[in-house]
Each structure stands twice: as C-alpha cells, then as structure tokens.
Design a binder for this molecule. Structure first.
Ligand code: NAD
Ligand code: DAU
Length: 352
C-alpha cells in the first residue's frame, strides 16, 4: 500500500512523513515543488529508503499528478502543499491564489479521475485528507468560545482567504462527486524543521544572532500552540478512524499571548545558551508596527476529535518549547542551509 503526501518537504509535511516511517513500512510518495519553504534536508534520514519516492513537482501540474496517481496507486492522499505564511500573503498574494486555490483544484480534479477508475474495494478505503487551518474562522474576542467545526468562515488575510477557498472546493467535490474527503483545521504548529519566518523559529534565530526580537503591536495577540508531533498523530488517527465528509478541529489547548511565548523562549535560551553579556535575551524584545488586520485570538475546541476518535495532544507547551529550542540548538547546519539569500531578502525587507 502507498500514500501520497503533497508538501512533504515543508515543516508539517516532513514531520508527518518521518513519523510515518517510524510507525510503518508503507510506501510514501512525497510530492513537493521545493519552494523557498521546502527543504529536502528535512527528509535526509529516509533518502535511501526503498519505501520512499520523492518527486519534485507542482500540484498545479495536472499531467504530473495524473502520472503519479496512476503509477503509485495511493490508498490515501495527504494534502499539505500550500503557501503558508500570512506576512508573505499580505506582501504578495499571487502565489497563494495559484497554489492554495488553483493547485487544490488541480489535485481534486486528478484525484477525481483516479478515484473513478478504482474498483469498489479500493474506492471504499481511499481517503483524501485536506490539511487546513483555524485561520479560516477569523479572529475571536477574548470572551468568545473556542472555534468549533461549525464556526462561521471569516478569513481576514489573503492566506486564510485562499485556504478558505480550498476548503470550499473540498466540500463541493465531496458533495458533488462523492470524493471521500476529510478536512482538518489545526492551530499554530511548532517544532523541529519549522521555517524561521514563523514566530517561534524566527525568535530563536534572532536571539542566537543577537538581533532584536520583533513583536507585532502590543504582543497581546493569542495563539493556541500545537506541537507538530501531536498534529501528526491526529492526522494518523483521522485517516484510520475519521468519517468521510467530516471536518475535525485539532488544537493543542495552549492559548498563549505572543509576549508570553517569546518570554518563555528567552528563559529557555538563557538557561541552555546564556549570552556572553550575561543579560537575558528578554532585553532584545522590541515592539514593532502591527500586521494589518492582525487576528487577535485563535483557540480551537478539539472535543469532536477527542470524543469521537479518541485523540488527545500529549505534549505540554513547556516541554514542547524546550524540545524545539534544543532541536534548533543541535542542528545549526540545518539553519545554515535554510538561510538562503531568498530568506535574507525577505527578512531585510520585512524587518528593516
Ligand atoms: P510550509 O510552508 O512549511 O510547507 C509548505 C510546503 O509546500 C513546502 O515544502 C513547499 O515547497 C510546498 N509547496 C508550496 N507550493 C507548492 C506547489 N505548488 N506544489 C507542490 N508543493 C508546493 O507549510 P507548513 O507549515 O508545513 O504547512 C503545511 C500545511 O498545513 C499548509 O497547508 C498550511 O496551510 C497548513 N497549516 C499550517 C499551520 C502551521 O502552524 N504551520 C497551521 C495550520 C495549518
Ligand atoms: O493558526 C494557524 C496558522 O498559524 C497557519 O495556518 C499558518 O500557516 C501559520 O503561519 C500560522 O499563522 P500565524 O500568522 O498565526 O503565525 P506566525 O508565526 O506568522 O505568527 C504568530 C503570531 O506571532 C502572530 O500573532 C503574529 C506574531 N508575530 C509573528 C512574526 C513572524 C510577531 O509578533 N512577530 C513576528 O516577527
């Protein structure tokens, strides 16, 4: 049996694939365009495995998708591939529309052809798992209850609007063509291999380089942090037991303000990698101009997943953050590889 994973060289995709290899001997076909965010080094440990096939390619390339599906006959497709960074979507939304909407449409159309040609037995087990985000629900006021699967769609950034569009395509292709699709909405992931444009790895990298730690606005924006390995275990559980056509929210149950997250990070770094000056990394914190239309609060209610499928997050925020910092400290060569001129251009432009 085989699974196909799009976006497999990105942060969550690569954690998912590596975990899959730890748990089973099923063949994995990884499809990734290797944009600035994709990094084959993430999959280094399985590069010689006969159970892994890596294809560099674009989800918008329908003939390539057709070929891959026919050749490898997957029993499931996990769709991670996307442009994923909110700030970049504000700067230029075109890739977000192309990949997140048009790319998802291409995938759906090719999966539809493939699915229709399967025999009944294979159709029964086939699943397309679409990895979406809590950001499609917009922003919560402090007093509002957490997002549930039926929360209204109110995307506020070009990124979340493009993900919302992809969710609607999934819903329509399930209803109209009976494609066995399950959509998930997770909260902010953190952990090994995260590209250092996102809050946690960016702050670690800036701290280690003695650069200021740029917090948008007043630092009181809240996110619900999910350790990436808990996200991966939720996806495995959903493939195994999830109901076709359903939506599952996946949250870590760790609501923190950005200032709390950065302060905690500084404390861990002070302990594990004290500065030469002996000052705390906290002294590098700088409040900068806010992100436009910045969502104030995300919080996920995962009760459906917990009650109906029996999944629960295992990592505490404190321990997950410590593991993440330790991973970055122990993998300086991974960071060196990531710090391309493209990355430098982005940070110079964005944090000038
Ligand atoms: P990422 O940016 O680290 O990785 C995305 C991967 O997709 C990269 O490897 C990139 O090369 C690949 N890709 C981009 N365009 C492609 C294309 N046209 N064809 C093929 N591959 C392409 O993102 P991530 O953080 O790993 O997120 C993975 C998925 O999870 C995304 O769909 C994202 O919307 C969703 N998500 C992420 C988070 C989070 O906190 N990181 C939270 C909720 C949902
Ligand atoms: O909620 C899920 C979403 O989480 C995913 O769908 C997105 O793909 C992912 O990028 C993430 O979006 P956020 O915008 O929440 O993540 P980011 O790491 O960019 O920012 C987290 C918070 O930190 C947010 O409130 C903005 C703030 N921030 C971010 C950066 C990069 C700062 O204060 N300073 C920064 O330099």
């Amino acid at each position: 049996m085989t699974i196909l994973v799009t976006g497999a060289a990105g942060f969550i995709g690569s954690n998912f694939v590596l975990n899959w290899f730890d748990q089973s001997q099923e063949v994995v076909v990884s499809l990734d365009l290797l944009t600035y965010a994709g990094n084959l080094k993430n999959l280094d440990s399985i590069k010689d495995s006969p159970f892994h096939h890596f294809v560099q390619g674009d989800i918008r390339n329908r003939s390539l998708l057709n070929l891959i599906l026919k050749k490898y006959q997957p029993r499931a497709v996990f769709h991670f591939a996307a442009e994923s960074h909110v700030d970049r979507s504000i700067h230029d939304a075109s890739h977000f529309v192309d990949t997140n909407i048009v790319g998802t449409f291409s995938l759906l159309e090719e999966v539809r052809c493939y699915f229709n040609d399967l025999d009944i037995e294979h159709q029964k087990i086939f699943r397309l798992i679409h990895i979406s985000t809590d950001e499609v629900y917009g922003s919560l006021e402090p007093y509002e209850p957490k997002f549930i699967e039926d929360s209204q769609y109110k995307p506020n950034s070009p990124y979340s609007a493009s993900k919302a569009a992809s969710d609607h395509l999934m819903r329509a292709w399930h209803g109209t063509y009976n494609l066995p699709i399950i959509t998930t909405h997770c909260s902010n992931n953190y952990g090994p291999y995260q590209f250092p444009e996102k809050l946690i790895p960016l702050m670690i990298l800036h701290a280690l380089s003695e650069k200021s730690l740029p917090i948008y606005g007043d630092g009181q924006h809240t996110r619900d942090w999910l350790y990436v390995k808990d996200h991966v275990s939720a996806l495995r559980c959903i493939l195994e037991k999830g109901i076709v056509g359903e939506i599952y929210n996946i949250g870590g149950g760790n609501e923190k303000t950005n200032l709390e997250v950065v302060t905690k990070l500084c404390e861990i770094l002070d302990e594990l990698r004290p500065r030469a000056s002996k000052k705390s990394y906290r002294s590098l914190v700088t409040f900068i101009k806010d992100r436009p239309f910045h969502d104030k609060r995300y919080a996920i209610n995962s009760a459906k997943l917990e009650k109906t499928l029996g999944w629960k997050p295992e990592e505490l925020f404190e321990t997950g953050l410590r593991k993440t910092v330790t991973w970055f400290l122990e993998n300086p060569e991974w960071l060196d590889h990531i710090l391309s001129s493209e990355y430098q251009n982005w940070t110079n432009q964005h944090y000038s």
